[in-house]
Design a protein around this ligand. Sequence first.
Ligand code: SAM
Length: 283
Amino acid sequence: MNYRHAYHAANFADVVKHIVLLALIKSMQRKDKGFLALDCFSGIGVYDLHSTFAGRSPEYLDGIVKLWDYAKNNQLDELTSDFLNLLAQISDNNQRYYPGSPFIIAKTLREQDRAVFNELHPEDFPTLKENIIEFRRGCSCRKWQFENSDGYQTLKSKLPPTEKRGLVFIDPPFEKPNEYDLIIDGLAEGLKRFSSGVFAVWLAIKDEKQLGHYLNKLREFQKEVLYLEFTLRDSKGKSGLTKMGISIINPPYNIEQMIKPALLTLKKALKFDEYTNFELKTL
Ligand SMILES: C[S@@+](CC[C@H](N)C(=O)[O-])C[C@H]1O[C@@H](n2cnc3c(N)ncnc32)[C@H](O)[C@@H]1O
């Protein structure tokens, strides 16, 4: 396990991903009934942008820093504004810390909701627990469980949820060449146990052929799927990630309308070159 998310925290892909995650949680909360948020690949929950990890190749400069700067002089849509307010809870005005998915989940779940945070890395797992427990103050939801296992296994061991409502967040490291296949197998297991669940998968897009194959496999589940793609820059001759996707199986009602204004904001705020753009479509 070589991947450490601290190298990439707060980059453009994180910002897009976390705004969509916030929208998903808010959509789930349109109903009073509680739900399970299963975070299969949690990371450490909070990232210090001044750490040596983040400083090695400061991807956050093309991500959250651009959004923070944009927000100083521009009107924001409601979702992006809510997202920045959430960030202010850990960063205050010094803009030093950036939240991961567990922080966003812990801070937004209600008393009746429940969370499972799973992280396999032996060093990152205790850090995750410490970070999230430290931010416990002001959190309504106290039903948190921390797991130190394989993310794909949790799609078997934690589903279906007793609440019969759930948001499953799958955000793997894409270290392995067959990660797309692992996701499809994991989704098959998850859907077998919990066919009405909302399954959101973040995707690193480096190979269009591989992506096409994945999207075709998703269609075979014969479920409603919302697919979002965000491109920051032209991939030719550029190192690093230039394009990301999120596929959402069983998307909550109206999520598209919620996300679109934020994507328009991000397109302007994160603009790198003329390739900066997004696509949102039903598969
Ligand atoms: C992209 S990061 C997750 C970031 C996090 N979801 C966020 O939004 O802040 C992927 C994480 O998965 C962890 N990981 C790698 N392989 C795993 C596995 N098989 N099961 C669970 N976690 C794994 C890595 O250590 C890393 O922290």
